[in-house]
Structures are given as C-alpha cells and as structure tokens.
Design a protein around this ligand. Structure first.
Ligand code: ADP
Ligand code: MG
Length: 347
C-alpha cells in the first residue's frame, strides 16, 4: 500500500488533540450555513426557511471494507460519498459532514492523513464543509462514522413513500458494476494471499474497479430534475441492490411494481466480469449493491421528459399492491423480486 513509502509516526506521538489539529488545520468553511465548524463544543449551523436532512453511516473494518485492497484515500472518499448519496436521495443539497474515527494502534499519523486526503477531496468535489467529529481508540481496527447534513426547500423533498400506481420506475447510470468490481478485488486478493509474487489481473477492468473503490453520489440529479421540470414522486439511493430498494419504495408507498429484465442498464465491463465469474449479470444488478445510483418514480405523464435523457433509464412501472413486486424476464415470465441485498445483520 502507498502509505508504506511514507514516514510512520505513531499516533501516540501527537496524542488525540495533536492528531485532530494535524488533520483539520487547513479546513476552510465554504458554505454560509456553516457558522462555526471545528474547534468548539459543537458546530453551529444556520438554514433560513429550509428543511434539514441528516443521515449517518457507520463503516467497520472487515465488515464494510478490506484494507488489503482498499487504499485509505479511496476509503475516506467513499465513506463521505455514501452519505452524500443518502442526501441526494432526499433531493436535498449536502452542506456539512462530521467524521468520527476509532483507530487501532496499527494506524500511523500518516495513514490517517491519507484517509483525510480522501475525505477532503470529497468535501471539495461536493462543496461540503467538514464541521466536526470525534476521535477515539479501538482494539480491533478502523471504524469510520460519517454524518451528512443537507438542505432542501420544503416542497422539493422526496420521500420513499410517494410512488403511485402507473408511475414510471427510473434509475440513473448503470448497475452491478460495484459488485463485480468487489468480486474481482476479492478474487485477486485470494490469489495474492497464496502467492505474493503474482500481480493482480486488472487490465480492462478500470470501470468496475472505479465503481467499487471510488463511487460518486448523484447530487447532480437534483439539477437535472429541475431542468427537466420533473419532481420524482418517490426516490431512494441504490446502496443494497435494485431488488431491495424497489421493495422499500413499494412497501413505504403501499404499491407493487413490474420491472423488465431487458431494461436494466449495465455496462459491458460489468456484464463481461459477471460472466467471467460465473454469475448472472442480472444478479449483480439486482442484488449486488453499492452502485449509489438513484431509483425514482415519476408520473407516466412525464414519459417524454425522461425517455431520452442519457442519465436516466425507465425500467418498469408501479403496479397495484396486490400485483406484488415482479421482474419480467426476457422470455416474458414473471419472477417475484426478493430482497437479497446486502444485509449484515441477517444470516
Ligand atoms: P469534545 O471533547 O467536545 O468531544 P474533541 O476534543 O473531541 O471535543 O474535539 C475537538 C474539536 O475537534 C471538535 O470541534 C470536534 O468536532 C473536532 N473533531 C474531533 N475529532 C474529529 C475528527 N476525526 N474529524 C474532524 N473533526 C474532529
Ligand atoms: Mg470528542
């Protein structure tokens, strides 16, 4: 890993306050809503006439990431992005984040700085302020918790619960890439564990590796919706796989859904990697997760507005609750969707 080339300073040399100072001393606040950031007992924010959205994700080493193949800078970036994706799924604009860390003694100051390089890069790219956090020690590895705060005009917020019968079901981007990227990294890591001299086979796999290691949040969709003059009736981000997210929308909106196998957008690299790994590409899209695209519904009257947009694919429509949530296969048969998405607490 890249950090081995750098100096190694034990965190104990700096102590907790020295480490926080080292990680955060260059931070400049960008948003007028960030009145006070790091340095007091609490941050102070001010949002006039806006609704505020707040979301948190907790990532633990060995469960959510593997440092054997995840560079710390990428990990920092991704741990911010996954939260911004939740803000985007509310149709809100992310403005601030807090970052809390539990660090074991194997982490040097330089390693944590790499993590913060990724965090800062994401803050720059998405225009959010890092306004605080907490730092503590851990006996078992790295834990990162990021909280994101966003703002939205009250009438622009989109919930999971607003889908109506006959609405079009749409997704942004393409699906399954992050999962096939993860399977590739896992495969090459297994090879490496057996023989440390074998170089990983990553040629021609840049897209799916990027989807896994450096995902982006679809904060751009809010503007696209307003350009197209549409407001989704429901929305969710695709973190656990398309099946699971469709079922969330259907449950909360008390509707059913039909989606069409042939419509599900997938990149060529995703399809090829899935076939190489002997998995059905459709399974990667339906159950893989971590794509961080948006799944949303719009009234069928908006068909002309969404049908040709390069970032949007219509994959099906909302049905009556009694019709269940079904996938219509290429051959025309219907399969009931199952939420086999990533659920760490379920066997
Ligand atoms: P307290 O004792 O009130 O929890 P700390 O000493 O933990 O305060 O934190 C001091 C300041 O540094 C606070 O503003 C806190 O939000 C911020 N901070 C602590 N840890 C981090 C971190 N990992 N990243 C960013 N800011 C942090
Ligand atoms: Mg503290």
């Amino acid at each position: 890993m890249t950090e081995s080339k750098r100096n190694i300073t034990p965190i104990s040399n700096l102590g907790e306050f020295g480490l926080i100072e080292r990680l955060t001393n260059k931070i400049k606040l960008k948003n007028s809503s960030s009145l006070k950031g790091i340095g007091d007992d609490a941050a102070v924010l001010s949002f006039a006439n806006k609704h505020i959205v707040v979301t948190t994700d907790l990532l633990t080493e060995g469960v959510h990431f593997n440092l054997m193949y995840t560079p710390l800078k990428h990990l920092g970036y991704k741990s911010v992005v996954v939260n911004l994706s939740d803000v985007a799924a509310m149709n809100a604009i992310p403005k601030q984040i807090t970052v809390s860390l539990a660090l074991s003694s194997k982490f040097s100051v330089e390693a944590v700085e790499l993590l913060y390089e990724g965090i800062s890069l994401a803050c720059e790219k998405y225009g959010v302020d890092l306004i605080g956090g907490d730092t503590t020690s851990s006996l078992t590895g790295l834990t990162i918790s990021v909280t994101a705060i966003g703002e939205c005009e009250p009438e622009q917020i989109v919930y999971r619960s607003g889908a109506k019968k006959n609405d079009l079901i749409c997704v942004t981007g393409d699906l399954g890439g992050a999962y096939t990227g993860l399977q590739l990294l896992e495969r090459e890591n297994e090879v490496f564990k057996v023989n440390k001299n074998i170089q990983p086979q990553f040629d021609g796999k840049d897209y799916i590796l990027g989807r896994q290691l450096k995902p982006e949040a679809r904060t751009d969709m809010r503007n696209i919706f307003s350009e197209l003059k549409i407001k989704p009736t429901s929305m969710i981000d695709i973190s656990d796989g398309l099946s699971s997210e469709i079922m969330h929308i259907c449950k909360q909106s008390q509707v059913g859904a039909k989606i069409f196998e042939e419509k599900i957008p997938m990149d060529e690299q995703t399809k090829n990697m899935a076939l190489e790994l002997n998995i059905n590409p459709l399974v990667a899209a339906l159950n893989g997760g971590e794509d961080y695209e948006l799944l949303f519904t719009v009234p069928v009257s908006d068909y002309d507005k969404v049908k040709n947009h390069p970032d949007i694919t219509i994959i099906g429509h909302i049905a009556d609750a009694t019709e269940g949530t079904a996938l219509v296969t290429g051959a025309g048969s219907e399969i009931e969707l199952m939420a086999q998405g990533w659920n760490p607490l379920k066997e």
